[in-house]
Design a protein around this ligand. Sequence first.
Ligand code: C5P
Length: 236
Amino acid sequence: MYLLIPAAGSGKRMGGDRNKLLLSLLDQPILWWTLKAAIASDAIEWIGIICQPIDRPDFEGIVAALKAPKPVVFIQGGDTRQESVYNGLQRLPEGAQRVLIHDGARCLATAELFDRCASVLQGCAGLIAAVPVKDTIKVVEDFDKNGSDRPEVASTPDRSKLWAAQTPQGFEVATLKDAHSRGVREKWAVTDDAALFEKCGLSVRIVEGEETNLKVTTPQDLAIAEFILRQRHPQS
Ligand code: C5P
């Protein structure tokens, strides 16, 4: 199974000026933890890290430290996650039939989750790891539409039908490439790859995700991630 890791973002929401994936988490960069799980997954045989040129020397150091026993290549990222994945898809080795895509910022995903997604992907064209939402979710009116200084609740979707999407997400390569190309033509802007599949009317299956598979976005997430890793690695 081929794996693309979008890692070409910045650290804006984390409040930093460097890529947040270089921030330290239990003495290792965030990306080190993501890669460690991907390397430990028996199903993954090739890894493409999508990154910005400025981060590449640091990322190369992380890969070297992990002594990955499988090919790891670097691919130039784009201005958005969507563009980064598009670039990654063009650089998959010829003959790649299926691909998993996993955000570098989801550094707590386990090797078992990669293996589970890879296995389910043998029987479908598109999937996402996801977990049922615990909160009641509100749809909120545009701030300036309601004439008040507070946003207003517009509706409450049925919680029993809501799932929080995670990565890995997995797809047939040819179908995902077509969906991305159509996205460019039709100027769709999406925050995950499954959304492109959905817009094309294609089926996306759910694989049971992990409650701990959070995306490190804010300093609070970093603190929670550290707590979870300390529980997994009491010696650290
Ligand atoms: O910003 P956010 O955390 O939603 O990004 C999700 C993932 O997409 C991150 O791992 C980030 O590095 C990656 N990304 C990317 N190219 C961009 C923006 C984000 O690969 N231009």
